[in-house]
Structures are given as C-alpha cells and as structure tokens.
Unconditional design. Structure first.
Length: 329
C-alpha cells in the first residue's frame, strides 16, 4: 500500500489522480477532517445528496458495496466515507470487498478512517490492498505548525512575527484544530501585523500551557512571576484539585525528564507528550538540584493526597504550595 501526506493527497486530486480507496490514519483530528473535505470535494455540493454517503461507523458490507457500485448522478464520482472502522473484516466480508476491487468502477471512491489499523490489516494481500492509498494524518511537529501559522497569515496579508507564531503554537499546545481556529480569529482582528502581545491578549492558553509557564517561572531566576501566573490560572475558574494535579504532573515530568538518559523522542512516546514538552520539561527540571526536585515532587504528592482525603483545606492551598516551591529553589 502506498502512503502519502495530506498535501500530497490534495495535489494528486487536483491533478486528477484519484484512487478508488483511501485509508486515512493518524492522531490529528484537524488533518483527518481536511482529508475528508478533499474527498468530499470530488462531488459538487449541488449533487452531494445523490452522490455522497457518509457512515459514522462501519456499515453492513452489502450496503457498502451497493453504495460504491451505484452509478453517480450528474457527477463524475460517487464517494463513500466511513468515519470510524474499528473492527476487522470477517472472511466472508473480506472476500466480498476484494471481489469488488478486482475491477472497481472508475467513478467509485471509498475513504475509510482506520481505527486501530483494523481495516488495513483486514485487506492485506487482497485486491483492495493493490488500490489502497494510506493518507498519513499524524500530528505536525512544532516547526511545521509555526510555518503553517506564518504562511496562513501571509496569504491573508497578515505578518506574524516569529515570536508571535511560536507563542501561538505554545498556547495551543500544537493542536492543529485549535491552531487553525485561533489563527483565523487573530487574522480577523489584526491590523496587518501580529506580535506576541497580540497573541497574549487574544488567545487563552490551555491549562497545561499555563501550568508549564508556572513551573518554568518557579524553576527560573524570577520566581516572583509565578504569583501572577497563579492568579491568571485561578481566574479561569479551575478547581484547586485540578490545578494541584496539573502542577504535580508537570513536576513529575520535569523530574523524570531531567533524570532520564533516554532521548527526547523515546521519552515523548513513553510519556504520551510531544518532544517539545519533554525538551522544555528537561530544561526546567535541570535548573533544580536532583534531590531538591525530588523533594518538591514528594511534597506535591503528599499535598494532593491530603487534599483528596479532606485532611487539609483548599482555601489558599495553592498559594501556600507555590510559596513552598519558591523557598525550595
């Protein structure tokens, strides 16, 4: 099976190079939605009702094959999208699908969003696999997202300062769905140039980003900045248990990253975060002496246990904890 990227899919479709079978994989919801739009774009919106079938989950095989075999109406193509395919095909279903792909109609296009590789594994070695094109919708790395923001702005006549694009990527945790939404919003409010100050006034950073900023301030040379960051987090209305849990998780990540000899890529996979998060956590963690950082993690674990068991009051709790973290440094 051939594998292509989302831009390659877009370019191929524009050239008229259309496969009868696309398998859309990856963890980025924004890129997967864009892949779906590209496939849907094969059908004129005026005739989509007659030529486009969308299934939220895997349909009955007989129904699927009927949809794929039905001649399109006032359209060159008929497209069928299956939003989530998480079960492997039975022997009978595999035979039926491969029989269809022995000689698929030129007008027919099937796009499957493959959950847990169930569909891909089911068609291995059959006729369907010969036509299958996998569209890789993995998450973009930080540098690609920063470039995307700048290019998107430039196309709209808006200049994003490099630092502003970096800040937007940080505030959105490189989540492309949110990056796209926030970029559109900023472009709409922009006077032609976007600065870091614009990002900070228009975009609300996710809690994890603010917690990282707080931990970074505590580990740096200006811990007094931590008080302002804590006030910002509290104003968002998060419960104390949520804030403490997030701070504890970040300090654990800092300790683990700082002490580990594994590569950032390996650690990111193990911790389920991006490499940038590991890199930044490692840098922040290494500003502490190892025994001091270990004591901070132990203190946070203890405070979280005491709070959840009702042995301490949540009133001013986070301010007391921040004061202890500042004095520990």
């Amino acid at each position: 099976m051939k594998t292509i990227t989302l831009p390659e899919l877009n370019a191929a479709v524009k050239r008229g190079e259309i496969s009868p079978l696309y398998i859309i994989k990856g963890e980025d919801a924004y890129f997967k939605s864009r892949a779906a739009e590209i496939v849907k774009g094969l059908i004129s919106s005026d005739f989509a009702v007659m030529n486009l079938s969308v299934y939220e989950s895997r349909p009955d095989m007989a129904e699927l094959l009927i949809a794929l075999s039905t001649e399109p109406v006032f359209s060159e193509h008929r497209a069928v999208l299956v939003s989530e395919w998480t079960e492997k095909l039975s022997v009978k279903e595999k035979a039926a699908l491969n029989g269809f792909f022995e000689n698929p109609p030129e007008f027919s296009v099937l796009a499957v969003f493959d959950g847990a590789d169930a569909f891909s594994e089911s068609i291995q070695g059959g006729a369907a696999a010969k036509f299958a094109v996998t569209v890789d919708c993995k998450k973009a790395d930080r540098s690609d997202i920063i470039n995307w923001i700048k290019i998107k702005g430039a196309r709209a006549g808006v200049l994003f300062d490099e630092a502003a694009a970096v800040r937007l990527a940080e505030f959105t945790r490189c989540d492309m769905t949110r990056v796209a939404t926030e970029t559109e919003k900023i472009i709409a409010f922009s006077d032609g140039r976007v600065s870091v100050a614009d990002i900070e006034s228009l975009v609300v950073p996710e809690l994890e980003v603010q917690i990282f900023e707080l931990a970074n301030a505590l580990s740096g040379t200006s811990p007094e900045r931590a008080w302002g960051l804590l006030s910002s987090i509290e104003r968002l209305g998060y419960k104390e248990t949520h804030i403490l849990g997030a701070v504890t998780a970040q300090f654990r990540r800092m300790y683990y990253s700082a002490e580990s000899d594994e590569t950032e890529y390996a650690l990111a996979k193990k911790l389920g975060v991006k490499e940038f998060s590991v890199c930044a956590s490692r840098e922040a963690g290494r500003r502490y002496r190892p025994n001091v950082l270990k004591r901070c993690v132990e203190m946070l674990d203890e405070q979280e246990f005491l709070l959840k068991s009702g042995k301490i009051s949540k009133d001013h709790m986070m301010r007391d904890i921040v004061a202890r973290l500042i004095s520990a440094k």
